[in-house]
Design a protein around this ligand. Structure first.
Ligand code: PLP
Length: 378
């Protein structure tokens, strides 16, 4: 049987990973500054993570949400103590798009409304409502185009209230830092304005922290730099360090009732063991602090390089915009220098999403490679 081929592939087959490095089947070693798309938060094959998942698998890997699963409470406790939202409730699913679907559904249940205010270049996933609030018409099928999304310019405060005055906005959804768009940080005035307007017009403020959350920005959630609180926060990617898990944090203003939400796999034993291990490591190895300090220094050093128009981001979510398209540069970084980087919908921007424990020494490897490549282009 052939695969349904939707992914353009690099001719590389990774077979081992340790920390910020991976090795392919030919024995080549690569520096991973992409983290499998912001997923590898605590590093590849972290021993504590491997141990916790292996131990759990030997006991029980899965049972449905019809029985007690104490690991879910352990995960919620650990999350509550590090994320700044201790009084919120946790609902577990398996992916980012599912987190967004459930957040939007809850907002619609609560307000009885259908429209969602979302922003230019937003990416929230590929399932029905998530893709509808994503500003990429090429990935929306006719079945996704239901007129629920109202798009407004990202980071533009002027004119925002006009959308609410129509009276049909159930929710606002915004990324703490836009990822797929090329790393655009949601500004403090923008987030504060959204918070104020959601309060005034009784709409639900949803922060999509699927890419920018879990310590990547140097705070647990990127929007916490703006000092605002969301009503629902979406999480996935770094939450399981590669084990599929997603979650939403739900404000105490929402009331749960049996059957309101549900999932077969969400919150299973293995996923919870993986996610709890991730939080143990984030705490024990001070990974949020590492992301903040290493990221800050790295951003400053990147700004000094030639050919760079702008360096955006916070912590270890970094967009480097060049004065040329980056496709060839990324290929050279990968095949000549053995460094994985990410791209974005901004054709001139490289996205860096390394493990939160990355060392300065590894980032220096990237700086040296970049200097050589940009010198060749100049
Ligand atoms: C901000 C954001 N939201 C949602 C998603 C969708 O997550 P998933 O691919 O796990 O469905 C992504 C994935 O890239 C994302 O970056």
């Amino acid at each position: 049987m052939n695969l349904f081929e939707v992914y353009p592939l690099y001719d590389i087959e990774p077979e081992k990973g340790v920390g910020e490095f991976i090795w392919d089947t030919k024995g080549e070693k690569y520096l991973d500054l992409y983290g499998g798309h912001a997923v590898i938060s605590i590093g590849h094959s972290h021993p504590h993570y491997v141990q916790k998942i292996s131990d759990q698998l030997k006991k029980i890997g899965f049972y449905s949400n019809s029985v007690h699963i104490p690991l879910q409470h352990e995960l919620a406790d650990k999350l509550g103590s590090v994320c700044g939202y201790e009084e919120y409730k946790l609902f577990l699913i398996n992916s980012g798009a599912e987190a967004v679907e459930n957040a939007l559904k809850l907002a619609s249940f609560k307000t009885g409304k259908k429209k969602v205010l979302t922003f230019s270049k937003a990416f929230h996933g590929r399932t029905s409502a998530a893709v509808e609030v994503t500003e990429n018409m090429a990935i929306q099928a006719p079945i996704n185009k239901n007129g629920h999304a109202v798009f407004s310019p990202f980071n533009k405060v002027e004119g925002l209230e006009e959308h609410f005055l129509q009276g049909d906005i159930a929710a606002v959804i915004v990324e703490g830092i836009q990822g797929v768009a090329g790393v655009n940080v949601a500004s403090e005035p923008f987030l504060k304005q959204l918070r104020g307007l959601c309060n005034k017009h009784k709409a639900v403020l949803i922060l999509d922290e699927i890419q920018s959350g879990y310590g990547r920005s140097g705070k647990f959630f990127a929007h916490q730099y703006a000092g605002v609180k969301a009503d629902i926060i979406c999480m996935a990617k770094g939450m399981g360090n590669g084990f599929p898990i997603g979650g939403i944090l739900i404000s105490p203003d929402f009331e749960a009732s049996y059957g309101l939400l549900g999932t077969t796999f969400g919150g299973n034993h293995l996923a919870c063991a993986a996610a709890a291990a991730v939080l143990d490591v984030i705490k024990k190895e001070n990974l949020m602090e590492n992301a903040a300090t290493v990221g800050e220094k790295f951003i400053e050093e990147l700004k000094l390089l030639p050919g760079i128009v702008e360096v955006r981001g916070r912590g270890l979510m970094i967009g480097v915009e060049f004065d040329f398209t980056i496709e060839a540069l990324r290929k050279n970084l990968l095949f000549k220098h053995k460094i994985f980087t990410g791209n974005s919908s901004n054709k001139n921007t490289i996205r860096l999403l390394p493990t939160l424990g990355i060392s300065y020494a590894s980032l220096d490897l990237f700086l040296e490679a970049l200097k050589k490549e940009t010198a060749l282009i100049a």
